[in-house]
Design a protein around this ligand. Structure first.
Ligand SMILES: [Zn+2]
Length: 190
């Protein structure tokens, strides 16, 4: 009996066909455990943006049981070389060990690449709630020369300017609203 693994939420749309797992796997004890492990791993807070869980950030690709107490986790870094990845791996390993897994292997998957599109709707809502301007959805295509309409999370004005390309982390820039004069973090598009 081969376990097929569970694949995280919206991520991986249009991904490989080998993941078309038979629905039955979700009701086997292994499938149920995998779902739980995926949920646990997904609940780990992002080291750089602790208001978001890894599931909401969209970096978790899937979880697969390899055998009793042995689990494999697939993770896509937000960008190559993001130092947060080591913390994510450590935290995921810890939470799954606490659940009784003796062998946790975390693999980083680089393709398909993570983009800010992978942040869930709930994740975007939380970013806005914490005064961090959510990334604009991509899809317009073409080059992205200037951030034309980054909206102030405080007053909603689009009259905002960049103060610093990097704020508290490399993934965010620091901007200021020219209407209400409040500074805010903006999660950069990738
Ligand atoms: Zn404002």
């Amino acid at each position: 009996m081969v376990t097929r693994g569970v694949v995280a939420g919206a991520a991986g749309a249009g991904a490989g066909t080998e993941e078309t797992a038979d629905e039955a796997s979700a009701v086997t004890p292994e499938g149920v455990l995998e779902e739980e492990l995926l949920r646990l791993a997904g609940s780990v807070p992002d080291p750089e943006l602790p208001v978001l869980s890894l599931a909401e950030l969209g970096v978790l690709r899937g979880v697969r049981l390899l055998g009793p107490g042995r689990v494999e986790v697939r993770l896509t870094p937000t960008y190559t070389g993001c130092p947060a990845i080591d913390t994510m791996v450590t935290d995921i390993t810890q939470v799954l060990r606490d659940r009784g897994m003796t062998e946790v292997s975390v693999h980083t998957v680089l393709a398909p690449a993570w983009s800010t599109d992978a942040i869930s709707a709930e994740g975007r809502r939380k970013l806005a709630e914490h005064g961090i301007a959510p990334p604009r959805p991509l899809g317009g295509g073409g080059p992205v020369p200037v951030a034309l309409s980054v909206r102030c999370p405080h007053c909603g004005s689009v009259d905002t300017t960049v103060l610093s390309r990097f704020s508290s982390t490399a993934c965010k820039s620091l901007r200021r609203c020219e209407s209400c004069r409040e500074p805010f973090d903006h999660f950069k598009e990738l």
